[in-house]
Design a protein around this ligand. Structure first.
Ligand code: MN
Length: 193
């Protein structure tokens, strides 16, 4: 048994021009895959089915690799072709309720991504029935705590450099305006209830 690289939920060029094919190929095929290879080296009995339990119970190198595998899979599902813009459905109502407006949420999410110094992640999560924006450093993930992730943006430099060079702000704006998969957020929110 081993952990395997989850396939992308779309073709490698599906997110063009907002997230380049080259960027997807590098990020999924090289970076995401490297965490899979490394975890299998560190823990040969790790399995796909046991990944979440492993993240919750491990520390150090094993945690870092396992969490990065899950975080990246969650990130790929957080985007879709022709995504972005204002959400609809339950997530739209919850954002208005807990942030006051979509524009307030948008500012807060971008601010979280911009103020994560160095590598990490910006997340929309639900905790205790309330939506929140949080940021995590390096491999850290909401799975370690009590919040449930709804969407995430990877703000490691490798996530945006091939498409946006050093412009993390531009990537975060495009992520929300043209890529984010609100269907996925609605599915996760429904599971949280
Ligand atoms: Mn990444």
């Amino acid at each position: 048994m081993a952990v395997t690289l989850p396939p992308l939920p779309y073709a490698v060029d599906a997110l063009e021009p907002f997230y380049s094919k080259e960027n997807v190929e590098l990020h999924h095929g090289k970076h995401h895959n490297a965490y899979v290879v490394k975890l299998n080296e560190l823990k040969p009995d790790a399995t796909d089915a046991g990944l979440i339990d492993l993240i919750k119970t491990s520390e150090g190198g094993i945690f870092n690799q396992a969490a990065q595998i899950w975080n990246h899979s969650f990130f790929w599902s957080s985007m879709k072709k022709a995504g972005g813009g204002k959400p609809t459905g339950a997530i739209a109502d919850a954002i208005d309720r807990d942030f006051g407006s979509y524009d307030n949420f948008r500012k807060e999410f971008i601010n979280a991504g911009m103020t994560q110094f160095g590598s990490g992640w910006a997340w929309l999560v639900v905790e205790g029935g309330k939506l929140k924006v949080v940021k995590t450093a390096n491999a850290d993930t909401p799975l370690k705590g009590t919040a449930m992730a709804l969407i995430t943006a990877d703000v490691w430099e490798h996530a945006y450099y091939p498409t946006y060079k050093n412009l993390r702000l531009k990537f975060l704006e495009v992520f929300l305006d043209s890529l984010v998969n609100w269907d996925f957020a609605n599915e996760n929110l429904a599971k949280a209830k």
